[in-house]
Design a protein around this ligand. Structure first.
Ligand code: HEC
Ligand code: HEC
Length: 297
């Protein structure tokens, strides 16, 4: 009797949730405006410059960039792709509190962070040409989107937890079979005539230890949703966790916040199960200055 009541109540609740889901599914996902909708004039020029920087920071913002990555390598379709930390969803979400720095950051300050860590570079000045152009581009992409931190499609699409403890050895095998053809057996990517064709996943030309992609959970989510680029969706969550564990257990440029002491730096900035920084893996200590390329310019 009692059980029956609980069950029917459960169904009633589930029914309610079903309707809620149906309603939210019915709302069409936000679509950022196409390039053809960019305005003319001085603002239009600024928006176009922002898009050019996003697609080619090495040449368009050289002073602040220490590797050959492009913003668009990790924020796909020039920052438009939902579930790939799109610029439009980010633009409306700031100022926001960030645990990484223990403070509330503006959108422009968040952009500075991706230069410092993902681009292994240095932060462009607030109010300077580079950030104003990127802010203009992000503002354009966000036109029509309500302000707030929960835009659907923000950040990387979360991945389910691994079923077994992620395995470096399995990640190494999968990497060789599914990724190395483009990103190289040594993770260095591929350059052709000075132009990056496939981005570096580790080594001196990749993102540094402070970058979001150096955290296994972010890398696993991205890889599961979008890689291999020629067959996205073909990896199981467990396979994505294994490969991310392998990639994020390799040499890469130093965290610019390195205090001179690995244990202290791990404690301050990397004290999570998703970072291997400061840990010993296959007899290599991750971030060991003796084996670690310096942080960027
Ligand atoms: C190596 C990959 C990588 C590169 C290159 C990169 N980013 Fe990011 N970016 C990330 C990751 C990972 C996150 C955090 C995503 C998450 O938390 O789910 C992020 C977050 C962001 C955010 C905040 C998103 C939000 O919704 O809060 C912005 C804005 C951003 N990046 C801009 C840039 C810009 C501009 C560049 C180029 C100058 C750049 N990124 C280069 C990986 C990258
Ligand atoms: C067919 C070539 C190809 C294959 C295979 C491939 N990638 Fe990529 N990968 C790319 C390209 C190109 C980009 C840049 C983003 C874009 O244009 O889609 C990229 C971007 C990335 C990024 C973000 C940029 C960076 O440097 O961190 C990661 C991480 C990544 N790939 C991991 C993988 C993993 C892991 C595999 C194997 C499961 C894989 N890729 C297989 C071509 C490939």
């Amino acid at each position: 009797m009692k059980a029956g009541l609980t069950t029917s109540l459960g169904f009633a609740l589930l029914g309610g949730i079903g309707i809620g889901l149906a309603l939210s599914r019915a709302r069409p996902p936000f679509r950022p405006p196409p390039d053809s909708a960019m305005p003319g004039g001085r603002l239009g020029a600024e928006i176009r410059l922002g898009e050019a920087i996003f697609n080619d920071p090495r040449h368009q913002a050289a002073a602040y960039v220490g590797n050959d990555l492009r913003c668009a390598d990790c924020h796909l379709r020039a920052g438009r792709q939902a579930g790939s930390a799109p610029l439009w969803a980010a633009y409306v979400a700031y100022p926001a509190y960030r645990r990484k720095d223990h403070k509330v950051e503006s959108f422009a300050q968040r952009l500075q962070g991706c230069f410092e860590f993902s681009m292994n570079g240095k932060p462009p000045p607030l109010g300077g040409k580079t950030l104003v152009a990127l802010e203009s581009y992000a503002n354009f992409l966000a036109r029509g989107l309500p302000v707030g931190p929960h835009a659907q499609g923000r950040l990387y699409r979360p991945i389910s937890q691994p079923t077994t403890r992620p395995s470096y050895a399995s990640g190494a095998r999968l990497y060789a079979a599914r990724c190395a053809a483009c990103h190289g057996g040594n993770g260095a990517g591929l350059m052709a005539n000075g132009t990056p064709v496939f981005p570096a996943l580790w080594g001196k030309d990749s993102f540094n230890w402070g970058a979001g992609m150096a955290d296994i959970n972010h890398a696993a989510a991205f890889i599961h949703a979008f890689m291999p680029q020629n067959a996205p969706g073909s990896l199981s969550p467990q396979q994505a966790w294994d490969i991310a564990t392998y990639i994020d257990s390799q040499t890469r440029p130093q965290d610019p916040r390195f205090t001179g002491n690995l244990a202290a730096t791990r404690h301050l900035f990397h004290d999570t199960p998703f970072s291997t920084y400061g840990l010993s893996i296959n007899n290599h200590v991750m971030g060991d200055p003796a084996e670690t390329p310096p942080a960027g310019p």
